[in-house]
Write a protein that binds this ligand. Sequence first.
Ligand code: PLP
Length: 392
Amino acid sequence: MQGIYTKAVHAGEEPDPTSGALSTPIYQTNAYLFPTPEEGARRIAAEGEGWVYTRWGNPTVAALERKIATLEGGEAALAASSGMGAISTALLTLAAGGDHIVAPHTVYGGTHHLMASELPKMGIETTFVDATDPENVEEAVRENTRILYIETPGNPNLDIVDIAAMVEIAKEHGLHTVADNTFATPILQNPLALGVDVVVHSATKYLGGHGDAVAGVIVGSEDFIKKARSTVLRHFGASLGPFEAWLILRGMQTLPLRVERHSTNALAVAQFLEGHPKVERVFYPGLPSHPQHALAKRQMRSFGGMLSFEVRSGIKAGEEVMRRVRLCTLAVSLGDVRTLISHPASMTHAPNIVPREERRAAGIGDGLIRLSVGLEDPSDIIADLDQALLGI
Ligand SMILES: Cc1ncc(COP(=O)(O)O)c(C=O)c1O
C-alpha cells in the first residue's frame, strides 16, 4: 500500500489522455456532448458512465473526489460548493422530517445554526450536548434519533470527542455517524477507519490550504455517495465548480507536508504561550496540560495547527491583542499558509450573535483568542504574539 505523501501527489489524477498534460485540466464547461440521442437519454437517466451537466458531475471535480476518497480511506466522495454545502448535503441525505440528531455543543457556528434554526424548519431537530463525556451523548439519544454528529477537535476550544466511543453508541442504537474532520485532516485522523460512516470537510481550510477557495467534501460508502449525488446534490444544487476543484486538488498535493509543519509550528507556539505571564490558559491537544491529551494521542497522529488561549483580564485585553498583532492576520477562517487570529467573544460569538452566558457555558471565555498557526517561521509568529501580549 502506498504512503500518504505518494497518495497526496498521485491519487485521483493521471496525465490527461487527450493532451498528455500532467496537471489535471480545468474542465471549464457546464454541459457535455451526447454522441447520440439514445446515449443522452441513458446518461440523464443516470444508468451509466458519461458526463451530462456540471451540477451533478465534472471531470476536474471527480479528480478531487477520487483524491479525498483515497486519503480518507473511503469508497467514494462527493465535492460541494462549501463546507456548509457538504454538511447540509450529508445531513439531508440521511435525515428527513421527524428525525433527530445528537451533536456536540461546540460544533462550528454555521453547523450549529443549520441544526438549531434551519433544519427544524424541515422537521429535523438536534440536541446539543457536551460530547466529551459519552454518557451525555447516550442520554440524548431518542427513539427517532438518526444521526450522531461528531466534530473533533472542536471549535474554538479544541475539545476532543472520543470517536470510537461515539461509534459504539451509534452501533448500539442503529444511528448513522457523521464526522467533521476539517481541523484534523485525513493526515492526522481517519474517522472512517474507526467505524464512522461519513466524513465531511470544509475543504476551504487545510485541504485547499492557501486561503483562496471555498469548497467542501463528503466521503463515505459508494451507495451513500451515489444517493447523495442523485438526490440532494442534484436537486438542492450545492455543487462545486471546476476551477475551485482544481485549486483544492492542487493544494491537496502538499497536504501532508503542510499539516506536518502546521503541527510543529502550533506546538512551538502553544509551548511559548503556556509560559507567558499574560496568558491564563492554553488549549492545544498536543500539550500534556490539555485535559484530553491522552485521548488525542490515541486517535490522532499529531495535533494540528489550531490552538486557542485565554488572556488574563478579559474582553478588552483580547481586543487589544487583535489591534497589536503585526504578522498574525486578523481574519476568520483557518488552515491558511498565513497565521490567522480571531477573538470569538468580540467577533464570531459577540453578544448580538451568541448570548454571553451561552458562550461562556460552551467554554468560550471573554479573553479567548483563536489561532490558526500558519507556515511562517515559528520564531516570527512567537515574536509577534510576544510583542502584542506585552503591550496589553
Ligand atoms: C470545522 C468547520 N466545519 C465546517 C465549516 C464550514 O465550511 P465553509 O466555510 O467552507 O462552508 C467551517 C468553517 O469555518 C469549520 O471551521
